[in-house]
Design a protein around this ligand. Structure first.
Ligand SMILES: *Cc1c(COP(=O)(O)O)cnc(C)c1O
Length: 426
């Protein structure tokens, strides 16, 4: 697996600095790592110095078919020769076909197309408010440590204080309760409540899957109290768990699972494989609450975006990437669990399903005591030095959200690189 990378000439090194200096013109709202990338192929990226990295972060669960995928390129090129954008004043085939494909995968309902995860959730909030409107209900209950996007309603919905700081007054009508706690949810429901919104697997909150009892209990509770059950699948959806929706995977083989259904589902990230596209699905009859003139976005569901999303779905199905997510994910998780057992002073636990995996670092890692940076960020930095890209989550969790077509040898390379860092921290 070792590749010999020639020492880059000085002129190329200056290239990275030149590109970094251009970012003086970019709003500094991101805490970025000092890495400049130029090119990618499959699960590998090359930086401006020509150094190769294995990418197990997948652009934060976005690059579902990896980098530089020739079939995505072909879909982009071919569709762009026909039609790129016409607006939602008119009809075109790719949007209709993509909606039909998503309905086939989820269930009877309808799809609205947008451009991001925050916007997909925004559509669900509006759907919920319409649903509750005639009875004066407007409140949506979400969970602590959730993440639902960075718009004003998104940060109101998100159950993390840090995203809200300094942006008040908050959009009204959101409350948070502990995740996987059905009784807390029940206790929080008021006469003004119209919906519940949860992630199937909390992503930014540290890779925490919903328990089957929680999912089934939420369904019962929502039926009982006439609430919409909304699932934020922006990160955990699109076959990442090994099934199209994470709840399908989490409820596999669980008695009574057939009774589970969602009323609304938001999607984005992996849907476009890097082309920005989001969507929400709403179960019938609720989809029709949003009649002509109630909701819109200029770029939603363009011919180009939909053609790419359709291609990704067809490749996932043809190549059985759901099975790959399941099998390769299980292998990765098993290897990480072995590492946690061998080096408990570094890795405390491993969580996740399919290709959405998080490992939690030990509370006190000696080598990290000197720096004020969170352990997760320090660990991710060490992985960068080793040539591996991963995503920190909270203060102690490192996330793997790789391409769904991650190969066995890429997975093995990733485990070897993680281990090379772990053994140095013992
Ligand atoms: C990333 C994410 C969002 C926000 O998506 P954007 O495309 O960044 O707006 C919402 N919910 C979850 C669960 C996410 O992971």
């Amino acid at each position: 697996m070792k590749e010999i990378v020639p020492t880059p000439p000085a002129i190329i090194h200056n290239d990275a600095e030149r590109i970094l200096s251009l970012f003086q013109n970019v709003v500094p709202s991101y805490g970025r790592f000092e890495l400049v990338f130029k090119r990618g192929a499959g699960s590998h990226l090359w930086d401006a110095n020509g150094r190769r990295y294995l990418d197990l972060g997948g652009g934060i669960a976005v690059c579902s078919l990896g980098h530089g995928n020739p079939e995505i390129t072909e879909a982009l090129v071919e569709q762009s020769k026909e039609l790129v954008h016409i607006s939602n004043l008119y009809y075109h085939e790719p949007q209709g076909r993509l909606a039909a494909a998503l309905v086939r995968l989820i269930g009877p309902g309808k799809v609205f197309f947008c451009n991001s995860g925050a916007e997909a959730n925004e559509g669900l909030y509006k759907l919920a408010r319409r649903f509750g409107h005639d009875e004066g209900r407007f409140e949506i209950i979400t969970t602590r440590n959730s993440f639902h996007g960075r718009t004003l309603a998104g940060i109101a919905a998100t159950g993390q204080e840090k995203v809200k700081q300094g942006f008040g007054p908050a959009v009204a009508g959101f409350r948070h309760v502990p995740y996987n706690d059905l009784e807390a949810m029940r206790a929080a429901i008021s006469p003004a409540t119209c919906a519940v919104l949860v992630e199937g697997i909390q992503g930014e909150g540290g890779v925490t899957p919903a328990t089957p009892e929680y999912l089934l209990g939420l369904r019962q509770l929502c039926d009982e109290k006439k609430l919409l059950l909304l699932i934020d699948s922006v990160q955990c959806g699109h076959f990442r768990s090994g099934r199209f929706q994470s709840y399908q995977r989490l409820l596999e083989g669980v008695p009574g699972a057939d009774a589970f259904y969602a009323d609304g589902i938001s999607m984005a990230k992996s849907l476009g494989g890097g082309f920005p596209i989001g969507a929400f699905w709403a179960r019938q009859p609720y989809a029709d609450l949003l009649g002509p003139g109630t909701h819109a976005t200029t770029f939603g569901g363009t011919p180009l975006g939909c053609a790419v999303a359709l291609k990704i779905l067809s490749v996932i199905e043809r190549d059985r990437l759901d099975e790959n997510a399941r099998n390769t994910g299980e292998w990765l998780k098993h290897e990480l669990e072995q590492m946690a057992a061998a080096y408990p002073s570094v890795i405390r636990s491993v969580r996740g399903v399919g290709l959405m995996i998080g490992f939690e670092l030990a509370e006190q890692i000696g080598a990290f005591a000197k720096s004020p940076k969170p352990a997760s960020v320090q660990f991710v930095n060490l992985l960068h030095e080793a040539g591996l890209l991963t995503i920190p989550s909270g203060s102690h969790v490192v996330r793997l959200l790789p391409a769904l077509n991650l190969t066995g040898s890429d997975a093995a390379e990733g485990i070897a690189l993680i281990k090379s860092v772990v053994v140095k921290l013992v």
